[in-house]
Design a protein around this ligand. Sequence first.
Ligand code: SAM
Length: 242
Amino acid sequence: MRIDVITIFPDYLNPLREALLGKAIERERISVGVHDLRDWTHDVHRAVDDSPYGGGPGMVMKPDVWGEALDEVCAPQEATPRLVVPTPAGRPFDQKTAVRWSNDPWLVFACGRYEGIDQRVIDDAATRMPVEEVSIGDYVLVGGEVAALTMIEAVVRLLPGVLGNPLSAEQDSFSDGLLEGPCYTRPEVWRDRPVPDVLRSGNHAAIARWRRDQALERTFHRRPELLAALPEGDLDKADRKQ
Ligand code: SAM
């Protein structure tokens, strides 16, 4: 997969080279390009923003600079990229979105700052490529870089060969519509707190049942709306006793 990020703060994306993402680059599972938006400015101040039409506080990112940047970065190759525009006013990003994007050959992230990017940039890009305006949560960050990092990490860990054990992704929260239950490691007793007996029983069926029950309980208490959204067939008889 190819991933490009356009930003006025390229260093913000340095964590892309660390840990799991860094390894994915080394193993050539992904190739990453981070581009400084100011490279497409033509004035001495390298301005990327201007005051908003209609008045109001803050500044808006200029369409001419973004337009040239996207023309170059998204220039047609064998594949067409999906353009991702992080914005608090976007559709919520979730695990389903991550899974869907993990099948794409190419993602381009356009990181806004200030009040955001002139809407015409997004509307114009949408005539040439799929474009999604997405939010990582109901709060407002100062820029799209952290949102892009969040989404890239969620997508890249789903690519084959990236996680040490591919089963991890299959059993994580949201994969079956539920939150994952608690997990434990050695020692068996820590500060007078023992690991639940069932996990040391060696009884795989009992362990699977316990994990499922914990996931149901945790989801019920923390995210009841997820439980309510489960298709009827996803709950077995033993689940319904919970
Ligand atoms: N005026 C915008 C609004 O109220 O919807 C907020 C702009 S915000 C201060 C600046 C940039 O941060 C946005 O263009 C976007 O790139 C990023 N951003 C902020 N919060 C975000 C969120 N929850 N999800 C994704 N991106 C976000």
